[in-house]
Design a protein around this ligand. Structure first.
Ligand SMILES: NC(=O)c1ccc[n+]([C@@H]2O[C@H](COP(=O)([O-])OP(=O)(O)OC[C@H]3O[C@@H](n4cnc5c(N)ncnc54)[C@H](OP(=O)(O)O)[C@@H]3O)[C@@H](O)[C@H]2O)c1
Length: 247
């Protein structure tokens, strides 16, 4: 029997990209899903493609009150909520000299406040159950400040930090963070530079589905790339800036 049989999993940010591919993978492995994102039409089409046995809950993660309401409905629908995976984010990086402050605030609202809203809405439910998994999505872009990577990079650093605090505080729950390298999705389609060691969303989903079953805190991939980024993370600042500023 598959690990995911009889598991009830809520994927937030399931309409495209890694979240969508993960929904396909977990559905194939037997999970029953709650699918959230803003675009209801995409979620409904996905559910039909997967056989129609899942549940669609449209949600804007920046809406704190709306999030709490949807979380209550998901819990009522499933009774046991085994895992909540927060994948939602937006991306529009630029050099800080060209920062669009409205975009920056919107990115903080979705990527970071969305993660706080997830914790705020879901943690009481998992604590009342006495078990469950809560997974936030960071990025290797959050390991260190990258040139031309803001404000996305700062939101991802904060999400990793948030997941670490949560893991330290909530020892009875299974708290994880996913830190991908480059994955081909509508998000990375915006990049006009060559993305090293990029993998497909389906490959990312397979890795995540496997790693969610382990006790590990951090899920990172592809390893060849993420270990390189981890090396940059431990470099002293003077060396880091020397390397990263080279063009
Ligand atoms: N692709 C990569 O190389 C890469 C690398 C590192 C980390 N990541 C992270 O992986 C996660 C998935 O990214 P992706 O590459 O799969 O991007 P994507 O295809 O653009 O997917 C983003 C998802 O977030 C949802 N979303 C955005 N704003 C939302 C909001 N306000 N409320 C609810 N849902 C919202 C989108 O759905 P709607 O637009 O329908 O709302 C979509 O389902 C993100 O957290 C991203 O930062 C990706």
């Amino acid at each position: 029997m598959s690990y995911y049989n009889n598991k009830h999993i809520w994927i937030i940010g399931a309409s495209t990209g890694i979240g969508r591919a993960l929904a396909v993978e977990l559905s194939q492995q037997g999970a029953t899903l709650a699918l959230s994102a803003r675009r209801e039409d995409k979620l409904k089409t996905l559910n039909v493609d997967l056989g129609g046995q899942h549940h669609v809950f449209p949600l804007d993660v920046a809406d704190t009150d709306g999030f709490i309401e949807v979380a209550k409905t998901v819990k009522e629908t499933f009774s046991q909520l085994d895992s909540v995976i927060f994948m939602a984010a937006i991306y529009d990086p630029a050099p800080l000299s060209k920062l669009n402050i409205e975009t920056a605030h919107q990115m903080v609202d979705i990527n970071l406040n969305g993660a706080f809203n997830t914790v705020h809405a879901v943690l009481p439910i998992l604590k009342e159950q006495g078990n469950g998994q809560l997974v936030l999505c960071g990025s290797v872009a959050g390991y260190r400040g990258l040139p031309n990577g803001q404000p996305y990079s700062a939101t991802k650093a904060a999400v990793i930090n948030l997941a670490e605090s949560l893991r330290a505080e909530e020892r009875t729950l299974d708290i994880k963070v996913i830190n991908p390298g480059f994955v081909r999705t509508p998000l990375t389609d915006k990049n006009d530079f060559e993305m090293p060691m990029m993998i497909e969303a389906e490959a990312a989903a397979k890795i995540i589905a496997k790693e969610l079953q382990t006790k590990r805190f951090e899920i990172h991939f592809p390893k060849r790339f993420t270990f390189l980024m981890k090396f940059l993370k431990i470099l002293p600042s003077f060396l880091y800036f020397k390397l990263i500023s080279k063009k």
